[in-house]
Ligand binder design. Sequence first.
Ligand SMILES: Cc1cc2nc3c(=O)[nH]c(=O)nc-3n(C[C@H](O)[C@H](O)[C@H](O)COP(=O)(O)OP(=O)(O)OC[C@H]3O[C@@H](n4cnc5c(N)ncnc54)[C@H](O)[C@@H]3O)c2cc1C
Length: 429
Amino acid sequence: MIWRNWTGDQTCAPAEVVRPRSTEEVAAAVRRAGEAGRVVRVAGAGHSFSDAVLTDGVLLSLDAMDRVVWADPGGRRVRVQAGIRLRALSERLAGYGLALENMGDVDAQSIAGATATGTHGSGVELRNLSAAIEAVQLVAGDGSVRELDGGEALLAARVSVGALGVITELTLRCVPAYVMRGVDAPARLDDVLDRLDELAEGSRHFEFYAFPHSETVLTRTNAVVTAPARPPGAVRRWTEDVLLTNHGLHVACGLARRRPALIPAISRTMTAVLSERVRIDRSDRIFVSPRRVRFTEMEQAFPRAAAADALRAILGEVRRHPVIFPIEVRFVAADDALLSPAGGRETVYIATHNYVGMPWEPYLRAAAAIGAEHGARPHWGKRHFHTAATLAPLYPGWERFAAVRSELDPEGRFTNAYVERVLGAPAAR
Ligand SMILES: Cc1cc2nc3c(=O)[nH]c(=O)nc-3n(C[C@H](O)[C@H](O)[C@H](O)COP(=O)(O)OP(=O)(O)OC[C@H]3O[C@@H](n4cnc5c(N)ncnc54)[C@H](O)[C@@H]3O)c2cc1C
């Protein structure tokens, strides 16, 4: 079996694929792998752009472990199996009158995969998704089942890059279900950058897309409202989400790939037709939208104060490369997970992408060099060029994470080329 990520550009041929239905079956699979001298990785929904999942050993899919184990609506907590997808989780939470405090822009990921890489949305007062984790159940390198519900182990396990063990269940803190008013609107780049703090701090969620070769950006501002949800009809949803957004982007990207010289004109045309769009709907439906146009991506977590300088530098760079995709700018509060890219500092995430099949490496390397000037940290699930040597100085909690890893996985049962590159070899080697 060949495993592929969402973009289709990360593939592997595992020696064995196991689809456990319970924690006991996960533990048995890890023990069997140990006896056979094989490494183990877990695939979530394959929505990482990096080689984080790849293995030639045992690949576990937790797709069948997608249940809500218990829910405590009054205490605003749920216990879920690790393979549940965010879309199913949102539906189940809505049934309990609950919701996630924040989400990224898609809900296809598994909860364990999303949190393992520090997946985030936007909002200066909101931390990444893993901050909602109160406890995890994890199968360690020796096949033992551990409950991590505090202390160093939990701070490490919230953002683990899959290097500590197989997470089988998570207890999540939620918030009461809420409705949001989402406004997408074009704006001038200079105006947005001049008022960046005011805009970022002025609403619960603010983010924007800056387009190559254009002075127009698309802002997205989401606020909680007491009005009832007004979900669009199926036709309007399809017209907006599929026809105008995805189909329009697909046509533009296809033309850009065939005729790169036209990219400045295509980009300016795309921004010229941007218009205001207002939606009022259940929170998760405002956060996410379908993504049918495939791309690859790098995303860097900069100190928030560097936002305008870093973005201007990247916008200067993007003009020198055949890039059609916009740059996405989001804000995240500081948190305390040991490997959180937003650990210990208010953060602006700047994401650089390109359409599948178009050259990405020179552009992403140039953006990475700008990141290095500002001490930016990479998103663990997206492309980057860091190694353990360049990452260790960026993370004050680096050695503390390594100590937890040595305890839970001393022999490196959960390693692969990515983990060894970014976290180093396991303790026992
Ligand atoms: C279209 C698209 C939109 C995206 N939008 C956003 C966004 O808005 N914000 C953002 O921050 N990111 C975003 N991402 C990135 C994505 O959220 C992360 O890469 C996330 O890790 C993917 O989750 P997954 O379930 O697909 O995990 P995978 O990519 O399958 O795995 C990610 C990592 O988690 C590990 N893992 C998975 N399950 C377990 C487990 N049970 N136990 C231990 N380790 C495990 C894997 O081994 C791997 O190392 C986006 C990606 C795509 C393709």
